[in-house]
Design a binder for this molecule. Structure first.
Ligand code: FHN
Length: 437
């Protein structure tokens, strides 16, 4: 018979544990600015959407119960065998592109896990491929000094504890689900990937469905911080995604398939596809080099990061044309990376003609197009332009009057995709307030 004392001790202990857990989850932990600055200095990352669905060339997650009947979709993993998957090659493609971090869809809305999990059998170890795609990528990133990040869906249409099975027709197969059990499994899976693969950042998605609340998001965020306080997350755990204050949950904003507006106050990252679809699609239209470079530069000019997406093919290789396009971006960054990495956006708002970035006493005018023999930009108040020249190139004549600066452009710009003109000032360019022309 348990003695009274024993019972009491047990009671006290369980209360302490509960309180400790309460403590862990109650006080939201704010990510230090230094960690966010480290992330934002990277400016350019690779997004990878991949899974058994690539065998159909349809969109990951959304084609379930649409182009691909549910039963078929949920059994595609029985044929999933991307034998050409080579983590070193994927990471090399990112590195050659000048990308500083990589984010893999470890678990997308279809609920399939690209790592061997103890908490769900619907994972890669149960496919003919068997290998740990997330683990091999984490290792390859570490080897090449590329920061490893993981995409994790919030919603999971495959999981019986998640109330929605079919977003296209929620009335079909409607299920009660069990959100508490669902969140417990989510926490277990998150602890598994955090402690096994040590991601720098977790990229959540799929927060928009009714069963999920801001409180759920905050609970998961706090749980993540209790497992590893240094892990940062995007803003797609909560329901508020247009700002980072108030009920918002997470560390940075995530405009999608569009370049975010200049924002010097809140960290942001645009996620954009190199083609149109997130997952691989045969003969999907790919962006031109000019589009790719101008997307990156305009994003940096708005003080944001670009997470640029590729969808590897069903055999696990990234199409040669996409690898080549990324390499071309890398060549441009080899020449002009000084105007991108570790810079701040502004002080000018990006236009179709140019975008501006800055670091130290330098402002980088990134010229996309020569519309005229001179490029006219507003004056920088209380500052002198000491020198003006093309990055790694010739001096550039600049005149100023009360209306602004007139930068004389050569008949042909040194780089048709984007030519960088450096203005060296007599002040710290990062202190200049944004100039609204
Ligand atoms: O539904 C997803 C989509 O499949 C893709 O993952 C993008 C990437 O940001 N996010 C969602 C759509 O908003």
């Amino acid at each position: 018979m348990k003695t009274k004392t024993g019972l009491l001790i047990a009671l006290v202990l369980s209360t302490c544990v509960a309180m400790a857990q309460q403590a862990t989850t109650a006080v939201p932990v704010k990510t230090p600015k230094a960690v966010m600055d480290q992330f934002m200095d990277k400016r350019f990352g690779m997004f990878i959407h991949f899974g058994p669905v690539t065998q159909r060339g349809t969109e990951i997650g959304w084609s379930r119960n649409d182009q691909v009947p549910e039963e078929e979709y949920d059994n595609l993993y029985h044929e999933f065998n991307p034998t050409l998957f080579n983590a070193d090659e994927w990471v090399k493609a990112a590195k050659d592109a000048g990308m500083k971090y990589l984010t893999i869809t470890a678990k997308h809305h279809d609920g399939f896990l690209l790592w061997p999990s103890a908490f769900s059998d619907y994972n890669v170890s149960k496919s003919p491929f068997k290998r740990d795609i997330v683990g091999e990528l984490a290792k390859a990133c570490k080897k090449e000094g590329i920061t490893f990040c993981i995409y994790c869906t919030v919603l999971d249409w495959h999981d019986k504890d998640y109330p929605i099975d079919n977003p296209h027709h929620p009335e079909i197969n409607a299920r009660k689900g069990d959100m508490a059990a669902f969140k417990t499994r989510m926490k277990n899976e998150l602890k598994e990937v955090i402690t096994k693969y040590h991601p720098f950042m977790l990229w959540f998605d799929g927060y928009w469905e009714t069963p999920w609340t801001t409180a759920d998001g905050q609970e998961i965020y706090n749980y993540i911080k209790s497992v590893d306080v240094n892990v940062i997350t995007n803003n797609r755990l909560g329901k508020v995604t247009d700002k980072l204050s108030g009920d918002a949950v997470g560390d940075f904003l995530t405009p999608e398939q569009t370049i975010g507006k200049l924002n010097m106050a809140e960290p942001w990252e645009s996620c954009i596809t190199i083609c149109n679809q997130w997952a691989w699609k045969p003969n999907d239209q790919m962006k031109s080099l000019k589009q790719c470079i101008q997307t990156l530069v305009t994003t940096a000019s708005g003080n944001g990061n670009l997470l640029f997406n590729v969808g590897p093919a069903m055999d696990g290789h990234i199409e040669a044309r996409q690898v080549a396009r990324l390499k071309e971006m890398g060549s441009w960054l080899k020449q002009n990376g000084e105007a991108i990495y570790g810079t701040k956006g502004g002080p000018y708002l990006p236009t179709a003609e140019y975008g501006a970035t800055r670091k130290g006493n330098k402002v980088y005018i990134n010229v996309f197009e020569r519309k005229d023999s001179t490029l006219n930009i507003p004056l920088i108040p209380n500052a002198q332009v000491l020198k003006s020249y093309f990055l790694n190139g010739n001096t550039v004549a600049i005149k100023s009057d009360s209306k602004g600066y007139k930068i004389e452009l050569p008949a042909t710009l040194p780089d048709e995709n984007c030519s960088v003109i450096v203005l060296e000032l007599d002040v710290d360019a990062t202190e200049i307030p944004v100039i609204k022309s």
